[in-house]
Design a protein around this ligand. Structure first.
Ligand SMILES: Cc1cc2nc3c(=O)[nH]c(=O)nc-3n(C[C@H](O)[C@H](O)[C@H](O)COP(=O)(O)O)c2cc1C
Length: 186
């Protein structure tokens, strides 16, 4: 039976795509999923706060103690001491691409339209075949209208799209706003 299908412009052997989850954390498991018939794999998400946290942490280490002593350079940590989460994610994409033949879809999870979206470009450079955006924004400002929340989703998508040429999908909650009307106007 021919189960081939198109998804995001990619030709897949079946519609069986593995959703983002810890199942894709180990390269061995990615291989096992390919062997078991997965036609594409969405990697577990890289979260906006991982990216921004790591930036702050890097800045902390680079500036920490630099004014303490004349020989302050000796206080620079070895690179191995940095916890650069996004770099680990990018090398995971590279390793997954070296290991399997099915498309690897990277997943970026964020709630604001900020500089973190540049990681989309680096995901593409690392070999990702497509990007899935898991935007999950929980408004806490009682004065924020729903239309502004909807606009945030579009702003994030636009920023990410401006960084990459690979296909981008957006993963939305089934209870997101008024989906029919949003689809008409978005
Ligand atoms: C343990 C676990 C981890 C998940 N991690 C992610 C994630 O990192 N990014 C993401 O977009 N979705 C994540 N999801 C959501 C799944 O990709 C999927 O959308 C969700 O489980 C709904 O699908 P289902 O109804 O088939 O379970 C996770 C789900 C589970 C159960």
């Amino acid at each position: 039976m021919d189960l081939t299908t198109d998804y995001l412009g990619m030709n897949l052997r079946t519609p069986l795509i593995v959703a983002a989850s810890p199942l894709s954390e180990k390269i061995d498991d990615i291989k096992r999923m390919e062997d078991a018939g997965a036609s594409a794999i969405v990697l577990y998400s890289l979260f906006e706060e991982q990216i921004t946290h790591d930036r702050f942490e890097l800045d902390f280490y680079l500036t920490h103690g630099t004014e303490s002593f004349a020989e302050a350079l000796t206080y620079f940590p070895e690179p191995a001491e940095f916890n650069i989460g996004p770099e680990g994610y990018l090398s995971h994409i590279r390793r997954a691409k070296e290991t399997v033949n099915i498309p690897i879809i990277a997943s970026l999870n964020g709630t604001s339209s900020g500089g973190w979206t540049r990681y989309a470009r680096e995901m593409q450079q690392a070999g990702a075949d497509a990007l899935e955006l898991n935007i999950y924004y929980i408004p806490t400002d009682l004065d924020l209208p729903g239309s502004a929340v909807e606009q945030t989703y579009l702003d994030i998508l636009e920023m990410v799209k401006s960084q990459v040429t690979i296909p981008v999908s957006v993963k939305l909650s089934p209870y997101f706003s008024n989906m029919g009307q949003y689809g008409e106007t978005a």
